[in-house]
Design a protein around this ligand. Sequence first.
Ligand SMILES: [Fe+2]
Length: 290
Amino acid sequence: MQTTSPAVSKTDALTSEVMQSFAHATDPRLAQVMGLLAKHLHAFVVESKLTKEEWLRGLTFLTASAAITSEERNEFSLFSDIMGISSMVDVVSQPEGGTPSSVLGPFHNHDSRLRANGSDLTEGQAGDRVWFHGRVVDADGQPIQNAQIDFWQNADNGLYPAQDPDQDPHNLRCKIACEANGSFNLLTIRPHPYTVPTDGPVGALLAASQRNIWRPAHYHVIVSASGYVGLVTELFPEGSAYLTEDTVFGVRPGLVVDFKPCHDAAVAQRFGIATPFLEMSFEFCLAKQG
Ligand SMILES: [Fe+2]
């Protein structure tokens, strides 16, 4: 005769009871998501044999995360990033056939200015000059008309404007309306690796876990076009440090790009720079809205 362990049946019964408690939510999706969250959190407690002390420590971590969270700083978002949850949401929500998405990060600004295609964002600041150009196309490789690029990155000192009072708040970020053939280009500088904030509970967790705190150098890009699924992604220069150990797990195949020396005299003259400069080319592919 088959017997059931009383301990197992007790945990199963509790899990079922909690899942059932969400079953009548007015939004069926809320019922589904909360039921599954309860199911998997319970399984985690059971499998890890979580002690009361460890559970209290977890609550203390969440309380400390809330205390340090502000308009400019979200420790829960950072926790999601370093646990790979943000990246897992990217991966499971990725439409078929488009350029891979990657994490948004904490430094995006909605108020970036629309600048002319071909703009020079460098404005005399330090940094290796990079001519970034490319196209926005659909799944068939056809150019998308009326696409827009929203671009931002850190400066030569590794800091974003929000971290550096010496930078103009609009430094090294802009929106560009692409040409009818999907093309865009701009002059910018090489981005640099940087660390995630380490002065909060997430930093303490990373230290206790002996984990890397660095992100590889990257450009942030949001690509949008009417009728297509918007793309939030990052481009990583080939050879950057930390490419294989990004602490927020944002590096995906297809998003690591070559920076090549370029000797194009016409481009150099247009931007008033010396040759060779660096060139980076990328084709963003957007999936059609369903
Ligand atoms: Fe970033």
